[in-house]
Every structure is written in C-alpha cells, then in structure tokens.
Design a protein around this ligand. Structure first.
Ligand SMILES: CC(C)(COP(=O)(O)OP(=O)(O)OC[C@H]1O[C@@H](n2cnc3c(N)ncnc32)[C@H](O)[C@@H]1OP(=O)(O)O)[C@@H](O)C(=O)NCCC(=O)NCCS
Length: 120
C-alpha cells in the first residue's frame, strides 16, 4: 500500500509517497509476489510523476528493488525510532535536486502508532 505523505523541503512542501504496509500471506512467501507488487506499484507512481517514495524496512529486501539509504541523500527521517539503515528512498525522474528535507508522515501512521520501533 502506498500512502501520500509530505516532504518538508526548503522551497515548499512536496507530495511524496510512503510504501507501507506490505504483506504477503506466509504460505505464499518467496514466490516473487512481494517483489512484483512493489515493482508494479513503483511503475505506476513513476508514471504519475511522483518524485520520491520512502519506506521503513529491511535493506536486504528493498535494495534489490532500487531503494537506497535516505539519510545520506539529504532526507531526515520522521522519527528517531526509525533505525538509520531502515529509512530508505527511491528517487524518480520527477525528483529535482532541491527536493530534500524532512519526511512528514501522513496522520494515519501516527494514529496507529506504526512509526519506527518501540523497545519498551
Ligand atoms: C517481506 C515480504 C512482503 C516479502 O514477500 P515475498 O512475496 O516473500 O517476497 P519475494 O518472493 O518477492 O522475495 C523474497 C526474497 O526476499 C527475501 N526477504 C524477505 N523478507 C526479507 C527481509 N526482511 N530481509 C531480507 N530479505 C528478505 C527472501 O529471503 C527472499 O529471498 P530469495 O529470493 O533470495 O530467497 C513478506 O516476507 C512478508 O509479508 N513479510 C511479513 C510482513 C513484512 O515484514 N512486511 C515488510 C515490512 S517492511
């Protein structure tokens, strides 16, 4: 599922997307379904001129799909409870160099307390 969120860039707020949640029933794991869902979703978003797609997830899975660590690219995560390595982004052709800044999650992520990790 992709959820519209905002990037708080210096020039203005930018509409971006967040990939979350993603799930495949356990009995269908490792058949390429998760990857196919992500690839097709990204194709559609790129066609719609979305500049950036963010996510929190395991780099082992998402790096194969084109995602890279976001922190070193000028993006700030929306919570300190998101591990640095988990905060990832994919940049599409509609992305322009000035589009950097802080990711602001849609309200639903906060309402369901589904941001980052809780240790307590
Ligand atoms: C993550 C998930 C969506 C992958 O779905 P899938 O249909 O099994 O994915 P694919 O078949 O396209 O890819 C499977 C590959 O990804 C790897 N993979 C799956 N989850 C991984 C993870 N967390 N870290 C690293 N690799 C992972 C598998 O080992 C497999 O690798 P292989 O092909 O070399 O054996 C599925 O495991 C799932 O629903 N997990 C529970 C929910 C979840 O964690 N969602 C992601 C939240 S960020």
């Amino acid at each position: 599922m992709f959820t519209r969120s905002l990037l708080d860039a210096e020039r203005r707020l930018v509409d971006v997307q967040v990939l979350s949640p993603l799930g495949v029933l356990p009995e269908f794991h490792r058949r390429g379904i998760g990857s196919a869902l992500v690839r097709r979703g990204l194709e559609v978003l790129a066609e719609r001129n979305v500049p950036l797609v963010f996510l929190e997830g395991d780099p082992g899975f998402y790096s194969r799909l084109g995602f890279e660590p976001a922190g070193g690219l000028g993006f700030r995560k929306p919570s300190l409870r998101i591990p640095d390595g988990a905060f990832q982004v994919i940049r599409f052709p509609a992305h322009e160099p000035w589009m950097t800044g802080t990711l602001v999650y849609a309200e639903a992520f906060w309402r369901h307390d589904s941001v980052g990790l809780r240790t307590a």
